[in-house]
Design a protein around this ligand. Sequence first.
Ligand code: GUN
Length: 293
Amino acid sequence: METKIIDGTGLARQVREEWRERARALAGRGCRPGLAVLIVGDDPASKAYVRNKVRACAELGLRSDHIELPAATSEDELLARIAGLNADPGIHGVLVQLPLPKHIASERVIEAIAPEKDVDGFHPLNVGLLATGHPRFAPCTPAGIMLMLEREGIDPWGQNAVILGASNIVGKPMALLLLQRGATVTLCNSKTRDLAAHTRAADILIAAVGRPNLVTGGMVKPGAVVIDVGINRLPDGKLAGDVDTRSVMGVASRVTPVPGGVGPMTVTMLVVNAVLAAERACADEAKTEDRER
Ligand code: GUN
């Protein structure tokens, strides 16, 4: 079987092109979308992700405030910054890059973000909306994967979808989105017995565990679609996904590369969520003005 490598970079470029117009239309109505991206500390990988996010915003003409805080920032200081951004009408989306330093409780920080500005979709209210089938903001990585599947003509309806890794950022919301689209979902975790028995049953296999080259050709059902969310830095400095791409070639029908697969889609969905947040905020504002007139 010939395996197609899905071009995430190209797909992401197309999607951004489509959303550029919506961002421009909003700006024309005096509602230029604004996103605040906060990072605490100087983890090099996190800093690189944040730079990509800020760059994507600029590309679509969004306002983006890049706020870099020292690793020693207290939880109270961070919460105060978030309160300021929640109250700023020019900011429609607030993102705090994770992981946070250990002395800061991420749940408290996430809960402090106004749910209508929570473009990551991590606030418990937004998690609940997603779980009950009424998503307001779908988390960016799983949302990017859903869009990628759609653009590739892959319908999850009735398919076996197997997800490796049950994180709040990827695995759990991924399971909910696929479930909503009619897939039969298996969510594996580090305690799963006989992982390969599960992966071999997958029509759609999504690896998001952070273990380089965990998924090999022998674990993949012939013709399956394999989505690689892992970004692992090897000792020699090279990047590796969670999938041993070379070994699944000839087995899978499609596979996403690392880099250039899921990553660019994730960043794109953040911009999409920021534009959606601005559209909603500005529609609400217009309604209020109508009422006051
Ligand atoms: N760290 C890794 N992925 C993400 C993400 O999607 N959002 C945030 N805020 N932090 C992350």
